[in-house]
Ligand binder design. Structure first.
Ligand code: FE2
Length: 244
């Protein structure tokens, strides 16, 4: 398999990964304006982008996902809770597996930062039948977690975030690598490291947001004071095709 992590504007991290042998790839969390870069990356590797995924409807940057999917002849995927948006997309259900050659990405629904947040557990079947890394979107960062307050209902969303992180992510093996959707400087979470990757085991031990007692986690995450997201209304309108 191959994997590329791309540092983008607004401290975001996007990804291109897949199977070089069979020439198929998946792109994740691509910004508007970066579509040509991803097309060039795919061309240089001799792969065709089969799926373009956004780990959630972003509020901090305009997505290039739909445009890249058009250019590449790929399917654009979002979690199936986004159904009803005024454009066609591949609705991704919890547990669904996207296969590109020897590589697969399993969808894990992890609401909390947003209702539609997903992670992707990625397996290289030429190495083994268990996931090697997880793209954690804006659910779990290196050193932090996704903020739950962007669309209101902060307490309820912080509770969902707890269940997603502790129930669906930290239950994975300690050796599993995590590759988040943003690094230090992002407004989508607090305490985020400038190191763009980690492991489940390291985060369990040293991520200060991961307080095991549910009510303490909820209170800390809900009450964290984070900067406002600039131009959020415009960005969400662009990413959903409708007003908030
Ligand atoms: Fe986000």
């Amino acid at each position: 398999m191959f994997l590329e992590q791309v540092a983008c504007a607004k401290s975001s991290l996007a990804y291109l990964f897949g199977c070089a042998g069979q020439g198929l790839a998946i792109a994740v969390d691509v910004h508007a304006g970066d579509e040509a870069t991803f097309m060039t990356m795919a061309e240089q590797r001799g792969v065709r982008i089969r799926y373009v995924i956004d780990t959630h409807i972003h509020a901090d940057h305009v997505s290039g996902g739909r445009r890249l999917a058009e250019l590449a002849g790929a399917e654009y995927g979002l979690h199936d809770s986004d159904q009803g948006l005024p454009f066609e997309f591949l609705p991704l259900g919890d547990g669904q597996i996207l296969r590109v050659g020897n590589v697969s990405a399993q969808v894990i629904h992890t609401p909390g930062h947003t209702d539609d947040s997903i992670c992707l557990a990625v397996t290289d079947h030429s190495r083994g039948d268990a996931p090697w890394f997880m793209l954690t979107g804006h659910t779990l960062f290196v050193g932090g977690v996704g903020r739950p307050d962007l669309h209101g209902r902060a307490t309820e969303m912080a509770e969902k975030l707890y269940d997603s992180i502790f129930g669906r992510i930290l239950s994975q093996p300690d050796y599993l690598e995590i590759l988040p959707g943003a690094q230090a400087g992002s407004v989508c979470g607090g305490g985020i490291s400038g190191k763009p990757c980690s492991t489940i085991g390291f985060e369990k031990k040293f991520n200060r947001s991961l307080i095991g007692k549910r009510e303490d986690f909820v209170a800390q995450v809900r009450d964290a004071v984070l900067p406002e997201v600039e131009e959020m209304q415009m960005i969400v309108r662009a990413n959903t095709g409708r007003a908030m």
